[in-house]
Design a protein around this ligand. Sequence first.
Ligand code: 1HN
Length: 359
Amino acid sequence: MAAEDQPLGTLEELPQSYRDELRKLNLVPLWPSLRSLLPPKVPARQTSPTYWPYQSIKPLLMQAGDLTPIEKAERRVLVLANPGHGLEKMQASSAIYLGMQLLLPGEWAPSHRHTPNAVRMVVEGEGAWTTVDGERCQMSRGDLILTPTGLWHEHGHDGSDPVIWLDVLDLPLAHYLEVSYHLNGDRQNTKQSQGNRAYARAGVVPTPVFGRSGRRYPMLRYPWTDARAALQSLAEDQPDLEAVQVTYINPETGEDAENILGFHALMLRPGQTLTLPARSPAAVYHAIEGAARVAAGGQGFDLRSADTCCIPGYCATTLANLSGSEPAFLFVADESPLHRKLGVYEIRADEQPSMPSQS
Ligand code: 1HN
């Protein structure tokens, strides 16, 4: 009998007097819990496949706009919570927090900074901006804006229609690590110089003669027009390429844009079905343009524009474009930088365990 099939002793088998004595001394026997802590072959996951349709969120978010003034909210957000973790935990996966945020014309969400890293994926509306570390970033549909750990950020809105965006943070991890806190600040002075556009062409980057830019995060805004154009070029230049995907990176280091969560944009060709292998990180899919079916773990969700879903780790995932004539564009957020840094990143090409080793 393989060791993992051997039943282990239970708590109930132990005399109550012994259990009481352990408890008084803050001691716990390991063996009754060993199998649930280290299950065979596949980890236990609280993250369950979950779907949040935008058409259901939007009216409730607009209602929040009537019910709660921005001064009473600071950030007017409905959290996309995974019921597998318990809604009160407000997490989409073990490391990912998601929220839909509404800013109305003329409103201002005051300046603060905090330890968790955040990004915004703009969902709808024009005229809002986020100032990050003194750099004013205009917000348009599909733009990705970073607010990495420790950088001041505030949101304002000079336009005439509501603006809504998706916030993605590594808040659950920061909270778990007991490092989550914030500082409030004054309205930021915006810098005249904006260094972002010079990084928008891969292959050439600004090279200061007198050292590096000195900024850990040289690029804060990733316009959708650039990411979309890159995907379309990739699809046209490499007709046999299965996964037409780009990753948002730090253009100076080539590393992931942020430390903990990874961000990607993926294009499904008209009619394409793409099967992604089971990988250890949980992933979030959000439809920027077009419609796609996301199927994993025996469940499937039809994502139409601005719909979002979460898929737990270790699940092979099939993405199918629901249109035979138009491409579909998805924003993907996952836990891959974290898993790689921790040495637990895993791809299971054949669904069989392939535990990472020292390599
Ligand atoms: C935050 O700072 C923002 O700045 C949005 O817009 C959502 C959720 C939890 C903690 C901080 C923002 C947040 C957040």
